[in-house]
Design a protein around this ligand. Sequence first.
Ligand code: ADP
Length: 464
Amino acid sequence: MPAYPAVKARLQGLETVAWLGQLFGSPRVSLLKGIVPDGQVPAYAIDAPGLFDRPGSPYLAPGGVDWADNAIRFGLLSWAAAQIARGLLDPDWRAEICQAHDWHAGLVPAYLAFADDERPKPASILTIHNLAFQGLFAPDAVGPLGLPPSAFHPGGFEFWGKLSFMKAGLVYADRVTTVSPGYAREIATVEYGCGLEGVIAGRGGDVRGILNGVDEGVWDPATDPNLPAHYEAGDLAPRAEDRAALLAEFGLEPPAGPLFGVVSRLTHQKGLDLLLDALPSLLARGGALALLGSEDPVLEAGFLAAARVHPGRIGVRIGYDDRLSRRIFAGSDAILVPSRFEPCGLTQLYALRYGAVPVVRRTGGLGDTVADATPEAIAAGTATGFLFDAATASDLAGALDRASAAYRDPVLWRKLQAAGMACRFSWDVAAASYAELYAELSPPSAAAPPASRSKSGSRRRPPA
Ligand code: ADP
């Protein structure tokens, strides 16, 4: 991890493993090692005070724009990870497999591929959580990052005249994974590939989808300390108290139809502009809406305006609030996720677990995890929610209508809730799939011994 101040504050037993001097133009770079308190996991943090000790978010300056030196910030992170993985920075440890997540770590497989000494190299995996963010930079970043200019071409890390961190990962990693099987299929198409569909399709069977999991200990309506009332699948009666509390918290009248909840970043990706346009249908069927989210000022203003026009029917909270999000999952009848694309999506998984019926667009992980309430699926007891296909307000309105009609049949609604709560999206399943992939890349006989390090001068260094 970058040694953000919050990271340094939380890691226990922090020690300096290596002083690296000036790297990528940043002075006093060092490698720290500590223990993550939850789970006692060892972690390395790359400390470069000029790069990571700043106000704002990890990615954005306070004004909401990308930090101008993100190529250097995440290039250094990737370089350090590749060096650690090869046993060059910490004499006590090296990796057999290096798994890089999203564009921020996209150069890790590239640095490993370009290492030109005889030392063993770990296998590499790029995991895509969101292909829409690619880490694109001007070509003059190639030199300062210590990358070979000869690889700046369409078969390497060049993407339409720019250096692409994501493409570097896609091209040089041994395997590529993404966070749902559906998204793995989609990103090989023009509609979802963000211009990289050709590269992804070209990797063929090297690309896999492994569904994210839910921490079932932390997300459990039977024990969640943030809920007014606790319940389990076998007895949903106490859930009525959570619903009443949520209505009161949002200043809503008890609706004749379903209480719909939204917990989301308010962005184009999440399709919430479609919901704004479909609000008349939601209200016409007697529904109410409790929405928590933030980001796009136009969408924020749109929902706040809707709440002013429909007091008692639409309630809006702008912000990020984990506690409130849990009360929305526990108190809503249905949860809306009308995303244009969704690599996995956690919101619908929490909704299923908390007995809120998901109404989602059939895309990516949403299509993999919610079973549409067709007559056949209802009869079979497998239906868990409502899906729609086109990213249009009218298709969303159609799904809202179907959900509102089903809500009028309490027996059917209970059946949907019960089937959803019986779904298991635990990390055990994902972990088994990752273990299988790791075994493929690193057969037990090829286990790497710890690397030894000569006293000085053997570390490969990028330009200072
Ligand atoms: P993404 O990572 O694209 O935003 P996911 O569904 O994968 O979408 O994960 C988003 C997570 O953040 C979910 O757990 C969701 O409940 C949570 N979340 C999103 N917005 C808010 C918010 N305003 N307040 C609290 N939690 C939120």
